[in-house]
Design a protein around this ligand. Sequence first.
Ligand SMILES: Cc1cc2nc3c(=O)[nH]c(=O)nc-3n(C[C@H](O)[C@H](O)[C@H](O)COP(=O)(O)OP(=O)(O)OC[C@H]3O[C@@H](n4cnc5c(N)ncnc54)[C@H](O)[C@@H]3O)c2cc1C
Ligand SMILES: NC(=O)c1ccc[n+]([C@@H]2O[C@H](COP(=O)([O-])OP(=O)(O)OC[C@H]3O[C@@H](n4cnc5c(N)ncnc54)[C@H](O)[C@@H]3O)[C@@H](O)[C@H]2O)c1
Length: 446
Amino acid sequence: MPVTMNPHYDVVVLGGGTAGEPAAVELAEAGRDVALVEGRGTPYRAALPAASLLHSARRGEAWETAVARRDELTAGPDGAAPERAGVTVLRGYGRITGPGRVTVGETTVTCDDIVICTGSEPVVPGIEGLADAPMWTADEALAVPDLPRRLVVLGGGGAGCALAQVYAAFGSQVTLVEQAGRLLSAEAPFTGEILGDALRRMGVDLRLGTEPVKVERTFPGVRLWLSDGGALDADRVLVAAGRRPRTEDLALAEAGVDLTPGEPLPVDEYCRVLGVEGPVPGLWAAGDVTGRRTVHAAAYQARVAAAGVLGKRREADYRALPRVVPTSPAVYAVGVSPQEAANAGMDLLCAGYDLAATTRGRVERTGLTGRMDGGAGGRVELYADRSTGLLVGAAAVGPYAEEWMGEITMAIRAEIPLAVLTEVVHAVPAYGEAVEASLRELAARL
Ligand SMILES: Cc1cc2nc3c(=O)[nH]c(=O)nc-3n(C[C@H](O)[C@H](O)[C@H](O)COP(=O)(O)OP(=O)(O)OC[C@H]3O[C@@H](n4cnc5c(N)ncnc54)[C@H](O)[C@@H]3O)c2cc1C
Ligand SMILES: NC(=O)c1ccc[n+]([C@@H]2O[C@H](COP(=O)([O-])OP(=O)(O)OC[C@H]3O[C@@H](n4cnc5c(N)ncnc54)[C@H](O)[C@@H]3O)[C@@H](O)[C@H]2O)c1
């Protein structure tokens, strides 16, 4: 009887989302024989449909037009990029079944290197009755055409705020329930305050410092009882209560990797997976599965891991990774947050400036009745480490803050001295005026 050989690849990339697809393409373009294992028909890209709906809302499009635009964007046109680069795409959920061995359905393949890019999955809180209620996670909401009349959004992190704004902009009556006392609780408090103001102006009912304790189906809708004694009636609940790394298909105990369900896969600065005895040869990871939580972090780690597979030593540097909520106004944060600095015992110097005091702010705040954020305020805050005199973090809220805060990202990453930064001249009218004023204040106080 002939012996059937398992197909062998140089590299198997597990998961073809934001991290996996570019990793596979880069490795194939460098001449490696690559298989990409993807569980879904089309790879998952939550940021894209959410940003598309927010863009449509800003343009004042009808819901049906917005959904059509979202679906067109999510489906293509780059769906075939891996195949074009010569990657073999294996459809189905893959499992690591041994060192250098991946099984997809009935097929087992072997390889020299595995790059794990399995992403994350939504956390659904174990609230009594929630599982039986009409409920979406963000993944489901971003794939269906429905526009609920009354929607409860559970969670006031980036995803909850963005989705609350989407549905409120298209006419749903939205209530957002956040267990912490403020929105975006990991970021500087002013960010959640200004964004909350914008959401309230759009009609979103914010319930902060409370959480559902029980959920009951009330055909055709749902009733939620809150810990503060209140109750809410809605047609649907959208759960945006966080995500956890997806690691259940990774049988890594044999490789000496100590995995706790729901916890990130440990990696070093080269994106090598860490076992109890150090980096595991031939095992790499990138994206949400490592505990990073943004598109750009996933793409960055994918490049670092691909370089490692190709034998180049590229070290990841996370000091200036941006965090973005692309709402109106947008929230942007980079580097150390005030909370992180306090936890680390860092002596943080803070300087800030309101956008309303800039020329552009004064111009734009006149006659705002038709704008989606209703003219909510905006602000920049910059953070320096007093002991080094260097910028270590920043936060901003304002129209397209993610665009005009790029220079601060660069300044943190390149460790540009404040004495140089304060000599940079910004055009007027532009929100860079607020950045310039904050830099001068920091420099004066050092
Ligand atoms: C509502 C929402 C909005 C967001 N908005 C933004 C934003 O504006 N900006 C931003 O930077 N980030 C945003 N994010 C976060 C961003 O989507 C993620 O950080 C990013 O997608 C992570 O990329 P990844 O490749 O690690 O995982 P994913 O993109 O989740 O890809 C993982 C892929 O692996 C596949 N997979 C999983 N397990 C297996 C397996 N065993 N076998 C085969 N395939 C498998 C999945 O099907 C999936 O396609 C948002 C997230 C959400 C939920
Ligand atoms: N624009 C975006 O939406 C955006 C942008 C960048 C990254 N992301 C990423 O997407 C992922 C998902 O975002 P997210 O906002 O769901 O996660 P998150 O962890 O940022 O926020 C979840 C929020 O839900 C709250 N919460 C949890 N359980 C609750 C309960 N039972 N009742 C009330 N509130 C509860 C938490 O207190 C927290 O504020 C994150 O990893 C995030 O970094 C999103």
